[in-house]
Design a protein around this ligand. Structure first.
Ligand SMILES: [Fe+2]
Ligand SMILES: [Fe+2]
Length: 247
C-alpha cells in the first residue's frame, strides 16, 4: 500500500478549455496522466489529487472529468483548488454522499492512510500584484489585496484546524498535510500554514498550484524545520504521480 500525490490535472472533457497554450508539457496531458498513474498506482494504493481538477464551472460540467479521475487506479482523495468552482466548500458532505465509495472530497474532514490521518484544505497565498524594480526585486505590493488575502488565509486556517482536530479526536497522532496553494507566498519564509504543520508535527506537507518554471520555486521544497515539503503540480512532475514517503 503506497501513498501518491498529484495536483492540477486541469481537465476539460466537457468545458471548452484547452491547456495546450500553456506549453508543450500540457499537450495531451490527460493521456499522460492516464498512462503515468496507471503505470505506478496499484488498486490498493491511495492517490491524493491536490486540486484544480476541472475547468467546469458547475458540477454538471465536471461529470466527465470526475469520471476520468474515478477510472484511475487506487483510492482517490480530492482536495479543493481555486479553479474547482463545482465544489462549494459548504456542500462537501453532499459530494461525499453522491460519490461515496468512488471519490473522497477532503474538506473539514480527514481520510486515513495506514496509521496516518490525511488532513487538508485549499489554503491560500498572497499572489500580488508585486511591484518590482528594474532588476526584478520586489519593492512593494498591493496592500489592499494583501489585507484581503489575510482574511482568506484565516478562513482556510480555520478549515485546516477542523480537519486536524477531527483526526485528533478520532485518535490519530500522525498527520500528512495537504494544501492546494503553496504554504508560503514569495515574500514569506514561514506562514500560519507552516506553523500549523509544526504545531501538529506533521510528517509531510504536500501542495501544488504553482505552474511554469518561474513559479516552481515560489515556496518551500525539501526540508523546513524538520518537515519535508513536496510540490506536486502536474506540470512540475510532467504528470507522474509523486510517492509520498513517510517514516
Ligand atoms: Fe492549477
Ligand atoms: Fe490553483
Amino acid at each position: 500500500m503506497a501513498l501518491y500525490a498529484l495536483g492540477d490535472l486541469h481537465l476539460s472533457f466537457q468545458a471548452d478549455k484547452s491547456m495546450d497554450v500553456f506549453g508543450k508539457v500540457w499537450k495531451n496531458h490527460e493521456r499522460k496522466i492516464e498512462k503515468y498513474v496507471n503505470r505506478v498506482v496499484k488498486p490498493e494504493d491511495t492517490l491524493v489529487l491536490t486540486g484544480d481538477h476541472s475547468w467546469g464551472r458547475k458540477l454538471e460540467e465536471c461529470r466527465e472529468d470526475l469520471a476520468f479521475i474515478e477510472r484511475l487506479p487506487g483510492r482517490k482523495i480530492l482536495l479543493r483548488g481555486n479553479h474547482d468552482m463545482f465544489w462549494d466548500a459548504k456542500k462537501t458532505g453532499r459530494l461525499n454522499e453522491e460519490y461515496q465509495g468512488r471519490l473522497f472530497f477532503l474538506q473539514n474532514n480527514f481520510a486515513v492512510y495506514e496509521d496516518y490521518a490525511l488532513v487538508g484544505t485549499k489554503g491560500f497565498a498572497f499572489e500580488g500584484p508585486f511591484y518590482l524594480d528594474r532588476r526584478g526585486r520586489v519593492i512593494g505590493w498591493d496592500e489592499e489585496r494583501e489585507r484581503q488575502a489575510k482574511k482568506l488565509v484565516d478562513r482556510e486556517m480555520e478549515r485546516l484546524r477542523i480537519s486536524f482536530e477531527q483526526a485528533k479526536g478520532a485518535g490519530y497522532r500522525k498527520f500528512i498535510m495537504f494544501l492546494h496553494y503553496p504554504p508560503t507566498n514569495i515574500l514569506e519564509e514561514d506562514s500560519p500554514f507552516t506553523r500549523m504543520a509544526e504545531e501538529y508535527q506533521v510528517s509531510a506537507v504536500v501542495y501544488s498550484h504553482c505552474h511554469g518554471k518561474q513559479r516552481f520555486g515560489d515556496s518551500i521544497r525539501g526540508n523546513f524545520h524538520g518537515i519535508p515539503y513536496m510540490l506536486v503540480s502536474g506540470d512540475y512532475l510532467d504528470f507522474h504521480p509523486a510517492l509520498v514517503q513517510v517514516p
